[in-house]
Design a binder for this molecule. Sequence first.
Ligand SMILES: Nc1nc2c(ncn2[C@@H]2O[C@H](COP(=O)(O)O[C@H]3[C@@H](O)[C@H](n4cnc5c(=O)[nH]c(N)nc54)O[C@@H]3COP(=O)(O)O)[C@@H](O)[C@H]2O)c(=O)[nH]1
Length: 528
Amino acid sequence: MMYRTAFLEQKDDNLGPERPQTPEQIQRMLEQREAAVAAREQAVLAREDALHAEAELAAQAAAQLREANERLVVATVHAQTMTETAEGATAQMSYMAKHDILTGLPNRSLLTDRLEQSIALALRHEQKVALVYLDLDNFKHINDSLGHAVGDELLQAVAKRLNDSVRQSDSVCRLGGDEFVLLLAEIDTAEDAARTAAMLVEAASQPYLVGDHRLHVSASIGLSIYPDDGSDVETLLRNADTAMYQAKKNGRNNYQVFSRDMNVRAVARQTIEVVLHHALDHGGFVLHYQPKVNLDTGAIIGAEALLRLQRPEQPLMYPAHFVGVAEECGLIVPMGKWVLREACNQAAAWRRAGLPFGQMAVNVSAVELHGKDFLSGVRAVLEETGLDPCALELELTESGLMQDNEPTMTTLRALKDLGVRIAIDDFGTGYSSLSYLRRFPIDTLKVDQSFVRDIQSGNGEAKLVSAIIAMGRSLDLRVIAEGIETREQLVFLQSQNCAEGQGFYFSRPVVAELYAVAMQTPLGVTRQ
Ligand SMILES: Nc1nc2c(ncn2[C@@H]2O[C@H](COP(=O)(O)O[C@H]3[C@@H](O)[C@H](n4cnc5c(=O)[nH]c(N)nc54)O[C@@H]3COP(=O)(O)O)[C@@H](O)[C@H]2O)c(=O)[nH]1
């Protein structure tokens, strides 16, 4: 509008050199002027519109720019956060790949890296490196009896104890479960490492306070040294593990330094394990039965089932060669189930056939007794075979009874309630605490054959055997003497009123067919 007013106020000087003369000319001029004014207005309006549009576009563009800027800022922050998160996650993943989450210790992967570096350094400086393989003894019992939470806390406490016991330059690693490996770098002699191992055995066995529990565990340790026992990670670890295994065999709570002959034994053990697996899967186990005899009448009152391994074209293999390995690798559990089923089946079959079969005794090792399915397994076999539970006696060792007090007591009571009898095998050779005779529901004591063998030696075994028989009688327990080989031993036992006996004097363990024949023939036990 402002433009328009200004134009109308212009002077006539601008109208040009020719002034209008006639009314028509004036009229035309006025019309021309009008048209010019209209055109100018049009142009002004168009310009205003253009300016308006331009302003609007600019505003829009500014808004878009602002928005884009904001988005860019947000995206940048996002990207930064994502980068940080990704970096954090990567760091966490690489930490987890190299560490044990429970204890925070380096795991096998990081141990391998560090051991490789230590070997390289030791090679350059002509030094030694020691690998300490540590396994806790009886950790499983703590886990099973007190629960995994307590077990986890104990492992954390052990990890801390080990870390506090060695130099900063050494590495304490956890391989998993209750297995730890310590890398002792830059040691001068194998003796230095052995001293550290002895110190670790001592440190590990000090009590641990976990919650309200004061826990006692010990450790078995194997030691291998670079370069003496291997020049690569795998060999050193394997040999330290072999030495640790030897420490377990030597009674636990000790350390062993690897030696070459340990490898020979480890290979032999491996071979037996394979043979046992094969026998379980494809058959090969057989039971022999040794008669138990009434020492007054000579009547056979039952049998002890004894396991043997029969392989084609090979001599019989006796339990002394494989029961230990089976216990260590856990195969004793399925083997024991096989023995129990086979023995109960046989006893039930003899009874059904009308033979005068008394009781079937089956050996049960501690590993089986403490297995969680033991009781239900016995129940299932008795049901399946139809054997009267009173016709079954389980022979347990003293050490097996002592290992696991409360749960063992529960299992034994339940067995008793079923009607199954309980015998203590090898009595007198295990723990000397006799209080369990009162606490556990025991029916029979089996006097260990080592005492019977030496009855005539004059070294006091005769007195010991007499004392066991008298004690058994006063506690209302059956006493059976095992390993009777001579008439003199028999006469002595009879003179002490030992009710039952078993041994080569009467019969060696025999196959079922021979036992069935023997069962019907009383043995000569006439008193002198
Ligand atoms: N967990 C399991 N352990 C078992 C099983 N079967 C056997 N065993 C245990 O293996 C150990 C050795 O047994 P074995 O070689 O069968 O020897 C038994 C008898 O042959 C032997 N014996 C018997 N009488 C005499 C004798 O007069 N003299 C003599 N030198 N040896 C004799 O004793 C062994 C039986 O001993 P025990 O069990 O203590 O009554 C042995 O510890 C078995 O327990 C199995 O299935 N599971």
